[in-house]
Design a protein around this ligand. Structure first.
Ligand code: AMP
Ligand code: GLY
Length: 415
């Protein structure tokens, strides 16, 4: 089949490697792609949030499957426009993508579906903000209601910071704080049938020991040696199937990748957030372990044929990815610096570009990821850090503790 992949970050590089490795894929086009993706796909220019432009490109490239990576095109209705041309697309409609696009919508669906999540209020004025903060107490969780590329959430003990974030956002969701280790569970679904991928853990804060501001994600690992047995089955039963059923009931079925962000609390798994697409950088580790051909899986979800898909197959061992971020990330990343040491297997490109003379340069906040598999988590972690040590980018920084607590058996569920 011919596949068009929309997007150009680290997640899309990982998706491109998976799609290119599927023997059923005869041609892979990526738009806009990045220099890493260019090694396995033909790159085309496109404004990825312009539904008509992406739909036209799908027709022009004779795509049998369009895979949409990032959230912005989904929320803009790109999947709807591609589907309207009769081309199978992996990615939800704009209406269903509101599960990610609006925190308030997601809470409404969860309440209707009886999904376990943090108590929350949607607030638009300082008075209701103060009331909600009083009720839940510290630590305060204040979320921008709209899309904020993973950076619209403030978790803080500082009341002034919490109120200032609420004032800056306008419309916010204020939540009860959920204590416990976090899990990202990706579920491939055609709206009815649903197949979970391996659970992964992401590192949202910029600094070692979960310090500093939230980012899009600084590293990840999979699988989770500390996860309770039965976790995935429980989340499928209590979260995924009720949510999919509620969206079907509303006439807006969710087909694509349902990303369930969870906290494993003393009372059990609680949903922190839904996303409508693969997570970044968790995708880098989850797909590194997936043995089942990726294009066939996503095509089955895109065509309502997932119930007939064989069970997923996984490689033994573990995978770790470590993000190399630009100086100043996340507040104000510096771009345009030359990079060396990136042309090695396992180095995933996120925010990079290549000059006409071949020089690779930083072009975003999260620049590259060192991704490795190993017989166990410790071996995968060592190899991922070897890759990172080989990358030179002036002013760059990375976390040194990705997967460390899991390797050392230091992750516990409150109880
Ligand atoms: P979100 O964009 O909703 O995933 O939030 C980003 C990060 O903020 C999450 O990965 C958590 O680390 C943290 N967070 C969000 N909501 C809560 C909550 N209710 N309790 C504790 N931490 C949270
Ligand atoms: N890694 C978090 C996200 O993709 O939103």
């Amino acid at each position: 089949m011919r596949v068009l992949l929309v997007g150009g970050g680290g997640r899309e590089h990982a998706l491109a490697l998976g799609l290119a490795g599927d023997p059923s894929v005869e041609a892979l086009v990526a738009a806009p792609g990045n220099p890493g993706i260019a090694a396995v796909a033909e790159l085309r220019e496109v404004n990825s949030v312009d539904p008509a432009a992406v739909a036209a490109l799908a027709v022009d490239t004779a795509a049998d499957l369009v895979v949409i990576g990032p959230e912005a095109p989904l929320v803009a209705g790109v999947a709807d426009a591609v589907r309207a041309k009769g081309v199978p697309v992996f990615g939800p409609s704009a209406e269903a993508a509101r599960l990610e696009g609006s925190k308030a919508f997601a809470k409404d669906v969860m309440t209707a579906a009886g999904v376990p999540t943090a108590g929350a209020y949607t607030c638009t004025d300082p008075e209701s903000v103060r009331k909600a903060l009083d009720e839940f107490g510290a630590p305060y969780v204040v979320k921008n209601d709209g899309l904020a590329a993973g950076k619209g959430v403030v978790v803080t003990d500082d009341r002034t910071v919490a109120e200032a974030h609420a004032a800056e956002c306008g419309r916010v969701v204020i939540e009860e704080y959920l204590a416990g280790p976090e899990v990202s569970l990706f579920v491939v679904t055609d709206g009815e049938a649903a197949l979970p991928l391996l659970p992964a853990q992401d590192f949202k804060r910029v600094g070692d020991g979960d310090t500093g501001p939230n980012t899009g994600g600084m590293g990840a690992y999979a699988p989770l040696p500390w996860a309770p047995p039965g976790l995935v089955d429980e989340v499928m039963r209590d979260v995924v199937h009720p949510t999919l059923a509620e969206l079907r009931r509303r006439g807006t079925p969710f087909a694509g990748l349902l990303y369930v962000g969870l906290a494993i609390t003393a009372a059990g798994p609680r949903v922190i957030e839904f996303n409508a697409r693969f997570g970044d950088p968790e995708t880098q580790v989850v797909l590194a372990l997936l043995e089942t051909p990726l294009a066939g899986l996503l095509h089955a979800a895109a065509t309502g044929a997932l119930a007939a898909h064989p069970p997923l197959r996984w490689r033994d061992g573990a995978a770790v990815t470590v993000v190399v971020a630009a100086e100043g990330y996340p507040a104000s990343p510096r771009t345009g610096d030359p990079i060396t040491g990136a042309d090695r297997p396992g180095v995933i490109h996120a925010g990079t570009r290549r000059d006409a003379d071949g020089t690779l340069r930083s072009a975003g906040g999260r620049v590259l990821c060192g991704t490795a598999t190993g017989a166990d988590l410790a071996a995968a972690r060592d190899s991922a850090y070897d890759l990172v040590r080989g990358i030179e980018l002036a002013g760059s920084h990375h976390r040194t503790d990705i997967a460390a607590a899991a390797v050392e058996g230091r992750i516990t569920i409150p109880g």
